[in-house]
Ligand binder design. Structure first.
Ligand code: HEM
Length: 209
């Protein structure tokens, strides 16, 4: 049996991606979101690209479930594509299916490639998107105000767990943190998280451009 590391994967992810988080937080689009100064079109464009990223990740997670027992901690609560679809339908009823911008396509390809190489990498990709809901809750307040959205209208992605945000995140942290991963898997998970942070930043910058 391959060697396993005792380090908690969630602590390792947090520590190793702290700088990525600081950069992500300060990207121009994230700043416009958190200040509520984003335009309706820019917001919808960003949601459309994030929908494609989430779909790419969610389909790889479904495929890899039989291979990685730890993926059982990623459940229906953590699936966000359907929320993005609902938000987009509210903002742009009847709009054609979104097309990926170049960084969205590259990120989707990178997710699929990493999952083929080491399916446990999906834990790292998922960590970033689910973790981002911690900040998205605050962004939701600003975006509702800035765009004049009623609560529950086009804000489901930004605030998926509402008052349960802290509980959902701590439950996921505790469950995934108890999973054993080999050193190779741990390295792939951490690399995947870094790739997701960079990818979301590239996607945000492409939307902003
Ligand atoms: C203006 C933008 C953002 C703000 C204000 C923000 C804010 C926050 C806050 C307050 C937390 C909770 C920290 C804690 O309780 O320890 C958090 C956690 C997190 N955020 Fe953000 N965030 C932003 C953007 C992003 C983006 C763009 C991503 C990913 C692409 C992201 C990924 C994460 C992750 C993965 C965590 C979990 C960290 C951990 O506990 O391991 N955030 N963020």
């Amino acid at each position: 049996m391959p060697a396993q590391t005792d380090a908690n994967i969630m602590d390792l992810l947090k520590a190793s991606t702290a700088e990525h988080h600081a950069r992500a937080e300060h990207s121009p689009l994230q700043q416009r979101l958190v200040r509520g100064s984003v335009t309706r079109d820019e917001y919808a464009d960003w949601l459309a690209q994030m929908l494609l990223v989430h779909r790419a990740l969610e389909s790889e997670i479904e495929r890899a479930r039989p291979l990685v027992p730890a993926l059982r901690h990623i459940g229906p609560l953590h699936a966000h594509a359907h929320r993005l679809e609902a938000d987009l339908a509210a903002l742009r009823p009847g709009a054609p299916a979104p097309r990926p911008l170049a960084p969205t396509q590259e990120l989707s390809t990178a997710i699929a490639a990493a999952a083929r190489r080491e399916p446990a990498a999906l834990v790292g990709f998922h960590y970033v998107l689910e973790g981002s809901m911690n900040g998205n809750r605050y962004i939701a307040v600003a975006v509702r105000k800035g765009l004049g959205l009623a609560p529950g209208h086009a804000d489901r992605y930004l605030d998926p767990h509402a008052d349960q945000q802290r509980a959902v995140w701590s439950t996921f942290r505790a469950a995934m943190g108890g999973e054993p991963f080999t050193p190779d898997q741990t390295a792939e998970i951490i690399a995947a998280a870094a790739r997701m942070f960079d990818g979301v930043a590239d996607v945000s910058n492409a939307v902003a451009a």
